[in-house]
Design a protein around this ligand. Structure first.
Ligand code: DX5
Ligand code: ZN
Length: 223
């Protein structure tokens, strides 16, 4: 089962509620929330107040992508705000095991993200503990960037490693995802695709439907 996680970073914030609902009504089960601190990444986006406010209009799985140094400082507040899944960067945690444990002890799903240049081998020790691995396919910090092709091979190798260890961990890909490259990503072993510009530039409902159609066609083809 393939899932879509629209990233609201590219949404029109003056009609955020409506745009989110358009994605939910058309089949997007996740909502990807990019939190940036201006330290781990150059930009600053939004935080808890916005997340708790949109929690009221959406029943989607709130997938919080923490582009923040030492995100362990905020996991409780993120849970309060409505997070279902918290994804932290390997590069931002001095004590990754502790941060993952903190998230799981709160009853939330835990994900770990890797920048394009970070090898997947750095997750060797924690693969059994995480619910999701996020392979970044752009350098984090901004929406609307171009997909970095070598990350596709990372997805393929990660799926292979997970299979060898009998794990069915989710693999999410984030950055420059479009209808044109999504089939290759599913083929490589990703099962949750994040899309910002591809969903919110234009009609979010219609764009979501296009992705869902592609997912079901791919599913039918590979069954
Ligand atoms: C980038 C963010 C992404 C971004 C994706 O740092 O983590 O989630 O919003 O946007 P697109 O799909 O436009 O590349
Ligand atoms: Zn993201």
């Amino acid at each position: 089962m393939y899932r879509l996680a629209p990233s609201i970073l590219a949404a029109d914030f003056t009609k955020l509620g409506q745009e989110i609902q358009a994605t939910e009504e058309n089949g997007a089960e996740y909502l990807h929330l990019d939190v940036m601190d201006g330290a781990f990444v150059p930009s600053i986006s939004f935080g808890m107040p916005l997340i708790s406010s949109i929690r009221k209009v959406s029943g989607q799985i709130f997938d919080v992508h923490m582009m923040v140094e030492e995100p362990g400082r905020y996991v409780e507040a993120m849970k309060e705000a409505g997070a279902d899944l918290i994804c932290v960067h390997q590069e931002a945690c001095a004590h990754l095991d502790r941060t993952i444990t903190q998230i799981k002890e709160l009853g939330l799903k835990a994900g770990v993200a890797l920048n394009p240049a970070t090898p997947i081998s750095l997750l060797d020790c924690v693969l059994e503990q995480v619910d999701m691995v996020l392979i970044m396919s752009v350098n984090p910090g901004f929406g609307g960037q171009k997909f970095i092709p070598y990350t596709l091979e990372k997805v393929r190798r990660l799926r292979q490693t997970l299979n060898e260890r009998y794990l069915s961990t989710d693999i999410q890909v984030d950055g420059g995802v479009t209808l044109a490259n999504s089939e290759a990503l599913l083929d490589a072993g990703a099962n949750i695709l994040v899309a910002g510009s591809a969903i919110f530039r234009g009609d979010p409902g219609e764009n979501t439907r296009e992705f869902m159609k592609q997912f079901s066609e791919y599913e039918a083809k590979t069954k």
